[in-house]
Design a protein around this ligand. Structure first.
Ligand code: PLP
Length: 400
């Protein structure tokens, strides 16, 4: 063919992380077919959907079977019943949103990646390490990226100072990605830190894209939404998801909040996002929206809290082993992820190999989430109690 291609795709690294994990795992399985391997690597949930959700979805399926109650295309941003449920969810954190500020979608991944379309060639500032979609979706559009190191020195929570260091010149009009609680480090920003970010964004005419996909794992006194911070509606967009809180990884429902008053260059971001979504997205399926509404009901929230509590218990028992054995780690308390410092100066992949070969345990090498992730390994609490307990026993025997 003679068409021109998006050359930016050449800048993407090969999807190395999970495929390399899978390759090493397959090789090990082949050599040791008898080994009972425990997989605590992938960030997917394992518990089934809350009952209140499946009941609501089953009722919605019945509605679809009858001429009188059948529904076709959904409103692109979502039915009012879902948007109102999301609105009430935010009221629990003291945040008031207008229905027109909420856009439901089929997953935070799509929104976080698609939001890039609204902006021109700004400098994009991304924590390192972090969920790789921020980097890749910006690379696909040829955006310049500055990385903000998240290391032990800043408790894995880079602030405006790290951004200024990374940029190295006067900051103006940049796009800042924040993920709190963070994937993979599990670190969570407190109110004062988010206030500092909001103040910085407003002072520099910058935009924060706040990913709260793990908000339901927050146990301590930390903001669940950037909009709990005064002034955030003038400088932030938030992406949230039911994937981890309600087990929707395979069911797909999320939302993005774009405040009505957000403007840059005489253009309104809420109107632009609405235009983008109505052009390129035809809405979350009705059945799923009914399930999401149920997940956000008081009964649903109680069931979701029980799911999170189950995973949290896993995080606690894993954390206890590392504490006992003097292996440094962070996360786990407000997140499903434990960010373990590889012992004895091992690199991420070396520790991965040791755990696979000697403990038959699979984690995710931290280096795959950014260069500052080197020397770390991510373990998830999304396994069963039994598998996690067994993994802990093995770790206890293995770690001196
Ligand atoms: N944001 C973060 C930080 C994530 O870790 C993930 C998934 O692992 C997502 C967004 C995507 O979630 P969803 O399943 O809603 O697309």
């Amino acid at each position: 063919m003679k068409i021109r291609m998006n050359e930016n795709y050449r800048l993407l690294e090969k999807n190395y992380l999970f495929s390399e994990v899978a390759r090493r795992l397959a090789r090990f399985r082949e050599a040791h077919p008898e080994a009972k391997i425990i997989h605590l690597g992938i960030g997917d949930v394992t518990l089934p959907l809350p009952e209140v959700v499946t009941r609501a979805m089953a009722a919605a399926v019945e509605e679809m079977a009858s001429q009188e109650t059948f529904r076709g295309y959904a409103p692109e941003a979502g039915y009012d019943f879902l948007l109102e449920a999301i609105q009430r969810h935010y009221q629990r954190f003291g945040v008031e949103l207008a229905l027109g500020e909420i856009f439901s979608c089929d997953g935070a991944k799509s929104d976080v990646a698609n939001l890039t379309e609204l902006f021109g060639q700004n400098l994009v500032c991304i924590p390192d390490p972090v969920y790789p979609v921020y980097v890749d979706s910006n690379r696909m559009l040829g955006r310049e990226i500055a990385f903000m190191p998240a290391t032990e020195d800043n408790d894995y929570l880079p602030g405006p100072a790290e951004l200024e260091d990374a940029v190295g010149h006067t900051v103006e009009g940049v796009i800042i990605y924040l993920c709190s609680p963070n994937n993979p480090t599990g670190a969570v920003y407190d109110r004062a830190q988010l206030e500092e970010w909001v103040k910085f964004a407003r002072a520099t005419g910058s935009l924060i894209i706040f990913d709260s996909a793990y908000e339901s794992f927050i146990a301590g006194d930390y903001p669940h939404s950037i909009f709990e911070v005064e002034g955030a509606k003038e400088c932030a967009i938030e992406v949230a998801s039911l994937s981890k809180s309600a087990g929707f990884t395979g069911t797909r429902c999320s939302w993005t909040v774009v405040p009505a008053g957000l403007e840059a260059g005489g253009m309104n971001l809420n109107e632009m996002w609405s235009r983008r979504q109505t052009t390129k997205f035809n809405g979350v399926p009705y059945v799923v929206q009914r399930g999401a509404e149920a997940a956000l009901s008081p009964e649903g929230e109680a069931e979701c809290e029980a799911l999170v509590a189950y995973y949290r218990e896993n995080a606690q028992i894993m954390g206890a082993v590392f504490e006992e054995r003097g292996v440094a780690y962070t996360g786990g308390a407000n997140s499903p992820y434990l960010w373990v410092s590889c012992p004895n100066g091992m690199g991420s992949w070396e520790f991965f190999d040791r755990l696979l070969e000697d403990v038959h345990l699979v984690g995710t090498p931290g280096a795959g989430f950014g260069s500052c992730g080197e020397g770390h390994l991510r373990l998830t609490s999304f396994g069963s109690h039994e598998a996690t307990a067994e993994a802990c026993e093995r770790l206890r025997r293995y770690l001196p």
